[in-house]
Design a protein around this ligand. Structure first.
Ligand code: UDP
Length: 237
């Protein structure tokens, strides 16, 4: 099987980095994602990664805190994850750069779009930390924004479910998985694929989205080759 896309943006939620403990970073789990990413790079696919932060902190779940400050904490959590994923990739010989939307020059490059593209063209994986750099946004929105900026053809949204269903498959046995959806349908049916800001950015910029299960890490590679392993959301439908 050969990759169908040249430049992709992988979205890894914080939860997906935590393994069974559901909190913090489980390096065995993270390392299991790195081999398929390495294989993609070796096959000439340019890979950007946006990491979430929910394994450490979510601004909207912070109770009585000031929301902006809580979101700042969430964005810093994504930076921790970005460094963790970078380390795991480097340990298997993948060339990586971390760029953050909030400057922290001692630990990572600042996000500079053209520089990110140069890294990608040189076969380096670029990990984007700190989301969009703004409170009240999510890392899904950051994934859509960065994908638009670097002109990625598709966002690979790795989740714990193998696609998008008409109702919650954990609650309903008769839930049906969609093979293909349009962003219009996602927004109209209020399907919980990504938040509406992120879905709107994808729709307006014709960026495809593939939702697939990361429980089998080889799906990271497969999702670039075979659109049948999950649900494809596209304007072409
Ligand atoms: N966040 C933010 N702006 C952004 C992206 C993230 O303020 O552009 C904060 C927000 O508090 C969020 C947290 O970072 O709850 C972690 O991101 P997210 O919840 O999207 O992570 P995931 O659910 O993917 O692990």
């Amino acid at each position: 099987m050969k990759p169908k896309y040249k430049r992709v943006l992988l979205k890894l939620s914080g939860e997906s980095l935590a393994g069974v403990s559901k909190h913090g970073i489980d390096f065995e789990t993270v390392t299991s994602y790195c081999e398929p990413i390495k294989k993609l790079v070796e096959d000439g696919v340019q890979v950007g990664i946006v990491v979430g932060g929910g394994n450490f902190w979510r601004g909207r779940s912070s109770g009585k805190m000031d929301r902006t400050r809580a979101d700042h904490m969430g964005m810093l959590a994504t930076a921790i994850n970005a460094l963790g994923v970078a380390d795991a990739l480097e340990s298997i010989g993948v060339d990586v750069r971390v760029q953050t939307a909030i400057s922290m020059r001692q630990v990572a490059e600042p996000y500079i779009r053209n520089r990110a593209i140069r890294h990608l063209e040189k076969g380096r994986v670029v990990i984007f930390g700190c989301g969009t750099g703004n409170p009240f946004f999510s890392t899904d929105t950051a994934a859509a924004l960065r994908a638009a900026e670097i002109e990625a053809e598709i966002i690979l949204k790795a989740t714990l479910v193998d696609g998008v269903y008409d109702k919650d498959p954990n609650l309903y046995k008769d839930a049906v998985r969609y093979d293909c959806l349009s962003f219009q349908e996602v927004l109209e049916k209020d399907l919980k694929v990504m938040d509406s800001t992120a879905a709107a950015i994808c729709r307006e910029n014709s960026i495809d989205l593939m939702v697939f299960s990361i429980l089998d890490p080889s799906n990271i590679y497969e999702s670039v080759c075979d659109t049948n392993i999950g649900t494809l959301v596209t304007n072409r439908k």
